[in-house]
Design a binder for this molecule. Structure first.
Ligand code: HEM
Length: 407
């Protein structure tokens, strides 16, 4: 075969069928061009070792301010939608580098220690039982609407001590906002995301004002106290951390619970195994996290010229880490990497929560919610079956927006 016979591969998440099952395309990319310069102006890493190294390298940035936007299509799209302006960068911990990252992460992390999270077990179990009782009484229902979405949403709302609000409205903003995390978006989607962001921030400003008048024993009050102690957190920083916690708190776990249950039902031997031995629930959640990767991509910005897999990446470039592909890399997880095995001994090496300084703050919480939701459902309903499943159409926060079950 000559060089001319070799067909170049392109990462194309718009390919028909990608959202339903991206893994064959990711495997193709990992094998043929693991350090890929994509047509969407980003580098994408597909191998476990490269992704791991990228996420843990302190010289890379998460701040858009370090990006070289010159000639970029996304910048042009922003300019169009925002009348020539670029968006005000978020100061959430997901978008800032040290020393700000270190200072802010310390202030918000107190509520997320494994011990604090473990104390939520009884109340999360009660929420799960209540939702499953209702579904049982109806002979089944939509797992996403009845449990996978409301559980993490209610838990984070309660942890923050947010007032009762119109959750449909908040959900719509949040959905429009996370769509902009996809590698390819249309002008309409960006416009909707920008508008939703503005509305959500306005709503959160109102919530923070309300909380100043109504302090409680909750995370938002603790963060307001840190903000009132001026030099530790500014009002804008406070608002941006609340937004991140709120959105990250539910837009991801919904996909772990929904897609996780769906995959177990598509692998009846694994479902039966978990039903027979509920003590496997925690390991099963690790394996489902590895297998479905509820957040499929993370991103960094090179601050100096770097090299991956023999390719030179210029300072200012966006580098995407494909967590979903890294989790299925046979060089890391062996020839069975593409199989769901809830007893896999090294499932815990998954990269679904990232790695390094930005490792997911909510990992223990998400795992506990999923363990109780999935473990209880499987223990109680050995005969559950899928009536209908519909994908949410997202490339990054991929998941189901409907999973109709018969119990
Ligand atoms: C299955 C559920 C979840 C998944 C798959 C997930 C995934 C991730 C990933 C991949 C990152 C790191 C991104 C990067 O390195 O660039 C991250 C960061 C983060 N996550 Fe999660 N997450 C989940 C649930 C949650 C929950 C429940 C919360 C909070 C209540 C949360 C809060 C955060 C925060 C605050 C960060 C930023 C950490 C930092 O930048 O220092 N996440 N998450």
């Amino acid at each position: 075969m000559t060089e001319a016979d070799v067909q170049p591969v392109f990462f194309n998440p718009l390919e028909p069928g990608y959202v339903e099952d991206p893994f064959p395309h990711l495997a193709e990319m990992r094998a043929a061009d693991p350090v890929h310069h994509s047509l969407i102006e980003r580098w994408i890493l597909f191998r476990y070792d490269d992704v791991f190294q990228l996420l843990r390298d302190p010289t890379l940035s998460v701040s858009d301010e370090n990006a070289d936007w010159e000639g970029s299509e996304r910048a042009a799209l922003f300019a169009k939608v925002l009348d020539g302006e670029m968006p005000e960068p978020s100061t959430s911990i997901l978008n800032v580098d040290p020393p700000d990252h270190t200072r802010l992460r310390k202030l918000v992390s107190k509520a997320f220690t494994p011990r604090t999270i473990e104390q939520l077990r009884p109340s999360i179990q009660a929420m799960v039982d209540e939702a499953l009782d209702r579904m049982e009484a109806d002979g089944g229902g939509d797992l996403v609407a009845d449990l996978a979405f409301p559980l993490p949403f209610d838990v984070i709302t309660e942890m923050l001590g947010m007032p009762e609000s119109d959750s449909d409205k908040v959900r719509d903003w949040s959905e429009a906002l996370v769509k902009t995390l996809d590698p390819i978006i249309t002008e309409e989607e960006l416009e909707a995301g920008v508008l939703a962001d503005a509305k959500m921030l306005e709503h959160l400003n109102g919530v923070i004002e309300w909380k100043r008048e109504n302090p409680g024993d909750d995370l938002l009050t603790a963060m307001i106290e840190a903000e009132e102690d001026g030099d530790r957190m500014s009002p804008r920083e406070l608002r941006d951390q609340v937004q991140l916690l709120f959105v990250a708190g539910h837009e991801t776990t919904v996909n772990l619970i929904g897609t996780g249950v769906y995959e177990l039902l598509r692998h009846p031997d694994q479902y039966a195994l978990l039903h027979a031995d509920p003590s496997l629930a925690s390991g099963a959640v690790d394996e489902l996290l590895r297998y479905v990767a509820p957040v499929q991509f993370s991103r960094r910005i090179a601050t100096t010229d770097i090299t991956f897999g023999g390719k030179d990446i210029a300072a200012g470039s966006f580098v995407m880490a494909c967590l979903a592909s890294a989790n299925r890399d046979p060089e890391k997880f062996g020839p069975s990497a593409d199989q769901l095995d809830i007893t896999r001994p090294d499932a815990g090496q998954l990269l679904s929560f990232g790695s390094g300084a930005h490792y997911c703050l909510g990992a223990s919480l998400a795992k506990l919610e999923a363990e109780l939701a999935i473990g209880t459902l499987v223990a109680r309903f050995p005969e559950a079956r899928v009536v209908d499943a519909r994908w949410n159409g997202r490339i990054n926060l991929r998941g189901l927006d409907r999973l109709q079950l018969e119990l």
